[in-house]
Write a protein that binds this ligand. Structure first.
Ligand code: FEO
Length: 178
């Protein structure tokens, strides 16, 4: 695979792993605040981010490249409010979208059709990632940061199923082991 693309995709593995770490830090904040539903939502998000990293990991090897892992930055761990957490989530997802778009532009420049097809999944995923944060922020504007509304939202977000890495990577076999 092209060396510049390899370098940029390795950097994206790092950003996805940082995203996972950041959302785990947010989960820890919510658990410390006894908001188990918000924490559950963030833990599920952390697993999704790991799956994103693994998709890049596999793709680099599929194209004959080499995966090089770098240190993961320390995430912020203290927040002032539930709203602040989701504002930061949205900001972070916008940052990730920008990087996915940069990778897409690089693939276009290199006439790298395989990478364009691979990256399309991420372009679509980022629309959903930003929308999820926006939807939660919109609800938070109605309920405010404290009281009954927050507990209702905590219950709603706690209903998010906890994914497994295997299910997200499409590696699930049925119970019979097929
Ligand atoms: Fe991997 Fe939330 O983007």
């Amino acid at each position: 695979m092209d060396k510049k693309m390899e370098k940029e995709m390795n950097a994206q593995i790092n950003r996805e792993m940082f995203s996972s770490y950041l959302y785990l830090a947010m989960a820890a904040y919510f658990d410390a605040e006894s908001l188990g539903g918000f924490a559950q939502w963030m833990k599920a998000q952390a697993i999704e981010e790991m799956a994103h990293a693994m998709k890049f990991y596999s793709y680099i090897f599929d194209r004959g490249g080499v995966v090089t892992l770098d240190a993961i930055e320390k995430p912020e761990g203290s927040f002032k409010s539930v709203q602040e957490v989701f504002e930061k989530t949205l900001d972070h997802e916008k940052f990730v979208t920008k990087n996915i778009n940069n990778l897409y532009s690089l693939a276009q420049k290199q006439n790298d059709n395989a990478s364009l097809i691979f990256l399309e999944w991420f372009v679509t995923e980022q629309v959903e990632e930003e929308k999820n944060a926006l939807d939660i922020l919109a609800k938070l504007k109605y309920v405010g940061d404290k009281g009954q509304g927050i507990l209702m939202l905590d219950k709603e977000l706690g209903a998010r199923p906890m994914p497994t890495l295997a299910s997200l990577l499409g590696q699930v076999t049925d119970e019979a082991g097929a």
